[in-house]
Write a protein that binds this ligand. Structure first.
Ligand code: APR
Length: 229
Protein backbone atom coordinates (compact mmCIF):
# COMPACT_ATOMS: atom_id res chain seq x y z
CA UNK A 1 0.00 0.00 0.00
CA UNK A 2 1.36 3.45 -0.99
CA UNK A 3 0.93 6.23 1.57
CA UNK A 4 1.33 9.98 1.05
CA UNK A 5 1.36 12.16 4.17
CA UNK A 6 1.06 15.98 4.16
CA UNK A 7 2.06 17.87 7.29
CA UNK A 8 1.58 21.52 8.26
CA UNK A 9 2.46 23.83 11.12
CA UNK A 10 0.13 21.97 13.50
CA UNK A 11 2.53 19.01 13.75
CA UNK A 12 5.23 21.34 15.12
CA UNK A 13 2.89 23.30 17.42
CA UNK A 14 3.59 21.01 20.41
CA UNK A 15 7.31 21.52 19.81
CA UNK A 16 6.71 25.19 20.58
CA UNK A 17 6.91 26.44 16.97
CA UNK A 18 3.96 28.69 16.13
CA UNK A 19 1.31 27.96 13.56
CA UNK A 20 0.23 30.65 11.10
CA UNK A 21 -3.53 31.03 11.39
CA UNK A 22 -4.39 29.87 14.90
CA UNK A 23 -4.96 32.45 17.62
CA UNK A 24 -1.60 34.16 18.12
CA UNK A 25 -0.26 32.56 14.93
CA UNK A 26 2.55 34.17 12.93
CA UNK A 27 0.25 35.81 10.40
CA UNK A 28 -1.73 37.39 13.22
CA UNK A 29 1.51 39.09 14.37
CA UNK A 30 3.31 39.85 11.11
CA UNK A 31 1.68 41.01 7.84
CA UNK A 32 2.63 38.11 5.54
CA UNK A 33 2.95 40.58 2.64
CA UNK A 34 5.92 42.13 4.46
CA UNK A 35 7.81 38.97 5.43
CA UNK A 36 6.69 36.14 3.11
CA UNK A 37 6.62 37.64 -0.38
CA UNK A 38 9.40 38.56 -2.87
CA UNK A 39 7.98 42.10 -2.92
CA UNK A 40 8.27 42.35 0.87
CA UNK A 41 11.88 41.17 0.70
CA UNK A 42 12.70 43.72 -2.03
CA UNK A 43 11.02 46.49 0.01
CA UNK A 44 12.68 45.72 3.34
CA UNK A 45 15.29 42.91 3.26
CA UNK A 46 16.51 43.76 6.78
CA UNK A 47 13.05 43.12 8.28
CA UNK A 48 12.71 39.83 6.37
CA UNK A 49 16.20 38.62 7.40
CA UNK A 50 15.41 39.48 11.04
CA UNK A 51 12.10 37.57 10.80
CA UNK A 52 13.74 34.42 9.43
CA UNK A 53 16.79 34.70 11.71
CA UNK A 54 14.40 34.67 14.68
CA UNK A 55 12.46 31.68 13.27
CA UNK A 56 15.79 29.87 12.58
CA UNK A 57 16.83 30.41 16.21
CA UNK A 58 13.47 29.12 17.50
CA UNK A 59 13.74 26.13 15.14
CA UNK A 60 17.21 25.22 16.49
CA UNK A 61 15.90 25.45 20.10
CA UNK A 62 12.84 23.28 19.34
CA UNK A 63 12.79 19.49 19.65
CA UNK A 64 10.87 16.94 17.56
CA UNK A 65 7.72 15.77 19.36
CA UNK A 66 5.98 12.37 19.57
CA UNK A 67 4.18 13.01 16.27
CA UNK A 68 7.45 13.63 14.37
CA UNK A 69 8.94 10.56 16.04
CA UNK A 70 5.96 8.37 15.11
CA UNK A 71 6.26 9.40 11.44
CA UNK A 72 9.99 8.58 11.58
CA UNK A 73 9.12 5.13 13.00
CA UNK A 74 6.66 4.65 10.11
CA UNK A 75 9.41 5.69 7.66
CA UNK A 76 11.71 3.04 9.12
CA UNK A 77 9.20 0.19 9.46
CA UNK A 78 6.65 0.66 6.66
CA UNK A 79 7.50 -1.77 3.82
CA UNK A 80 5.15 -0.18 1.27
CA UNK A 81 5.49 3.11 -0.57
CA UNK A 82 5.72 6.20 1.67
CA UNK A 83 6.26 9.88 0.97
CA UNK A 84 6.09 12.59 3.64
CA UNK A 85 5.42 16.00 2.06
CA UNK A 86 5.77 18.85 4.52
CA UNK A 87 4.70 22.47 4.13
CA UNK A 88 6.87 23.21 7.17
CA UNK A 89 10.29 24.83 6.83
CA UNK A 90 11.55 23.53 10.19
CA UNK A 91 13.84 20.46 10.29
CA UNK A 92 11.98 18.54 13.00
CA UNK A 93 11.00 15.68 10.65
CA UNK A 94 14.67 15.17 9.68
CA UNK A 95 15.82 15.39 13.30
CA UNK A 96 13.21 12.76 14.26
CA UNK A 97 14.65 10.48 11.53
CA UNK A 98 12.23 10.77 8.56
CA UNK A 99 14.06 10.06 5.28
CA UNK A 100 11.38 9.76 2.57
CA UNK A 101 10.63 13.48 2.97
CA UNK A 102 10.11 16.51 0.69
CA UNK A 103 9.93 20.16 1.79
CA UNK A 104 7.54 21.77 -0.70
CA UNK A 105 7.95 25.23 0.89
CA UNK A 106 11.73 25.04 1.30
CA UNK A 107 13.78 24.96 4.51
CA UNK A 108 14.61 27.60 7.15
CA UNK A 109 18.11 26.20 7.64
CA UNK A 110 18.99 26.50 3.94
CA UNK A 111 20.10 29.61 2.00
CA UNK A 112 19.52 30.50 -1.66
CA UNK A 113 21.54 32.98 -3.72
CA UNK A 114 19.25 35.39 -5.58
CA UNK A 115 22.14 36.09 -8.02
CA UNK A 116 23.38 32.62 -9.04
CA UNK A 117 20.70 30.28 -7.65
CA UNK A 118 23.18 28.27 -5.52
CA UNK A 119 21.72 26.59 -2.40
CA UNK A 120 23.38 25.43 0.80
CA UNK A 121 23.19 25.33 4.57
CA UNK A 122 22.32 28.68 6.15
CA UNK A 123 25.21 29.32 8.59
CA UNK A 124 23.73 31.26 11.52
CA UNK A 125 21.94 34.50 10.76
CA UNK A 126 21.65 35.85 7.23
CA UNK A 127 21.84 39.57 6.43
CA UNK A 128 21.96 41.84 3.42
CA UNK A 129 25.79 41.66 3.70
CA UNK A 130 25.90 37.81 3.61
CA UNK A 131 27.98 36.80 0.59
CA UNK A 132 27.17 33.75 -1.53
CA UNK A 133 29.95 31.13 -1.03
CA UNK A 134 29.55 30.20 -4.70
CA UNK A 135 29.53 33.54 -6.55
CA UNK A 136 30.47 36.03 -3.84
CA UNK A 137 27.44 38.27 -4.42
CA UNK A 138 25.83 39.78 -1.28
CA UNK A 139 22.50 38.29 -2.46
CA UNK A 140 21.60 35.49 0.00
CA UNK A 141 17.97 34.90 1.04
CA UNK A 142 16.27 32.17 3.09
CA UNK A 143 15.59 29.13 0.86
CA UNK A 144 11.86 29.21 1.64
CA UNK A 145 9.01 29.46 -0.90
CA UNK A 146 7.21 32.79 -0.51
CA UNK A 147 3.67 33.55 -1.62
CA UNK A 148 3.63 33.98 -5.37
CA UNK A 149 6.61 31.61 -5.84
CA UNK A 150 6.46 28.04 -7.15
CA UNK A 151 6.56 25.30 -4.48
CA UNK A 152 9.35 22.72 -4.81
CA UNK A 153 9.09 19.06 -5.93
CA UNK A 154 5.62 19.42 -7.46
CA UNK A 155 6.19 16.78 -10.20
CA UNK A 156 7.37 14.18 -7.68
CA UNK A 157 4.42 15.01 -5.40
CA UNK A 158 1.89 14.73 -8.25
CA UNK A 159 3.31 11.32 -9.21
CA UNK A 160 3.06 10.10 -5.60
CA UNK A 161 -0.54 11.35 -5.27
CA UNK A 162 -1.48 9.53 -8.50
CA UNK A 163 -0.19 6.25 -7.01
CA UNK A 164 -1.46 6.78 -3.46
CA UNK A 165 -3.75 4.26 -1.76
CA UNK A 166 -3.93 6.35 1.40
CA UNK A 167 -3.52 10.14 1.83
CA UNK A 168 -3.14 11.52 5.37
CA UNK A 169 -3.26 15.26 6.18
CA UNK A 170 -1.78 16.22 9.57
CA UNK A 171 -1.81 19.66 11.25
CA UNK A 172 -2.72 21.86 8.32
CA UNK A 173 -5.65 24.21 7.85
CA UNK A 174 -5.85 23.43 4.14
CA UNK A 175 -5.93 27.14 3.33
CA UNK A 176 -2.95 27.38 0.97
CA UNK A 177 -2.75 25.86 -2.51
CA UNK A 178 -1.39 23.71 -4.08
CA UNK A 179 -1.13 21.68 -0.82
CA UNK A 180 -4.81 22.35 -0.08
CA UNK A 181 -5.76 20.44 -3.24
CA UNK A 182 -3.75 17.26 -2.53
CA UNK A 183 -6.59 15.43 -0.71
CA UNK A 184 -8.94 15.86 -3.70
CA UNK A 185 -6.15 14.89 -6.14
CA UNK A 186 -5.42 11.71 -4.17
CA UNK A 187 -9.14 10.94 -3.83
CA UNK A 188 -9.62 11.24 -7.60
CA UNK A 189 -6.78 8.73 -8.00
CA UNK A 190 -8.67 6.31 -5.74
CA UNK A 191 -6.90 6.90 -2.44
CA UNK A 192 -8.69 6.83 0.91
CA UNK A 193 -8.20 10.16 2.69
CA UNK A 194 -7.72 10.75 6.43
CA UNK A 195 -7.31 14.01 8.37
CA UNK A 196 -5.55 14.14 11.76
CA UNK A 197 -5.97 17.68 13.10
CA UNK A 198 -6.66 19.62 16.28
CA UNK A 199 -10.03 20.42 14.80
CA UNK A 200 -11.50 19.27 11.48
CA UNK A 201 -10.42 21.71 8.75
CA UNK A 202 -13.79 21.31 7.05
CA UNK A 203 -12.25 19.97 3.82
CA UNK A 204 -13.69 16.67 2.51
CA UNK A 205 -11.92 13.56 3.90
CA UNK A 206 -13.17 9.96 4.11
CA UNK A 207 -12.28 10.10 7.80
CA UNK A 208 -11.31 12.95 10.17
CA UNK A 209 -9.91 12.49 13.68
CA UNK A 210 -9.69 15.51 16.00
CA UNK A 211 -7.07 16.01 18.66
CA UNK A 212 -3.43 16.99 19.23
CA UNK A 213 -0.92 15.46 16.81
CA UNK A 214 1.17 14.00 19.65
CA UNK A 215 -1.83 11.82 20.57
CA UNK A 216 -3.40 11.09 17.16
CA UNK A 217 -0.25 10.38 15.11
CA UNK A 218 1.45 7.76 17.34
CA UNK A 219 -1.92 5.95 17.71
CA UNK A 220 -2.49 5.96 13.94
CA UNK A 221 1.08 4.75 13.19
CA UNK A 222 0.74 1.95 15.76
CA UNK A 223 -2.60 0.94 14.16
CA UNK A 224 -1.00 0.85 10.69
CA UNK A 225 2.19 -1.03 11.64
CA UNK A 226 0.39 -3.63 13.77
CA UNK A 227 -1.87 -4.40 10.78
CA UNK A 228 1.13 -4.67 8.41
CA UNK A 229 1.47 -8.34 7.44
N1 APR B 1 -2.07 19.09 16.68
C1 APR B 1 -2.68 18.97 15.48
N2 APR B 1 -3.10 20.03 14.73
C2 APR B 1 -2.89 21.25 15.25
C3 APR B 1 -2.26 21.47 16.50
C4 APR B 1 -1.85 20.32 17.23
N3 APR B 1 -1.25 20.41 18.43
N4 APR B 1 -2.23 22.81 16.73
C5 APR B 1 -2.79 23.41 15.65
N5 APR B 1 -3.20 22.47 14.77
C6 APR B 1 -3.84 22.69 13.47
C7 APR B 1 -4.80 23.86 13.43
O1 APR B 1 -6.11 23.41 13.79
C8 APR B 1 -4.73 24.27 11.95
O2 APR B 1 -5.68 23.54 11.18
O3 APR B 1 -2.80 23.02 12.56
C9 APR B 1 -3.32 23.84 11.53
C10 APR B 1 -2.38 25.02 11.32
O4 APR B 1 -2.86 25.73 10.21
P1 APR B 1 -1.99 26.97 9.65
O5 APR B 1 -1.56 27.83 10.80
O6 APR B 1 -2.76 27.55 8.52
O7 APR B 1 -0.65 26.28 9.10
P2 APR B 1 -0.47 25.53 7.71
O8 APR B 1 -1.73 24.83 7.32
O9 APR B 1 0.76 24.72 7.84
O10 APR B 1 -0.18 26.73 6.68
C11 APR B 1 0.11 26.34 5.35
O11 APR B 1 0.62 28.63 4.80
O12 APR B 1 1.60 30.57 5.48
C12 APR B 1 1.77 29.49 4.66
O13 APR B 1 3.80 28.62 3.95
C13 APR B 1 2.98 28.72 5.06
O14 APR B 1 3.32 26.35 5.06
C14 APR B 1 2.43 27.37 5.49
C15 APR B 1 1.10 27.30 4.76
Amino acid sequence: MNIVILTGAGISAESGLGTFRDAGGLWTRYPLEDVATPEGFARNPVLVHDFYNERRRLCREARPNAAHEALARLDAEWRGGLLLVTQNVDDLHERAGSRRLLHMHGELLKRLCAACGARGEAPGDLSTASECPDCGAPALRPDVVWFGEIPYHMEEIAAALADADLFVSIGTSGEVYPAAGFAREAGFAGARTLELNLEASGARFDEAREGPATILVPAWVEELLSAQS
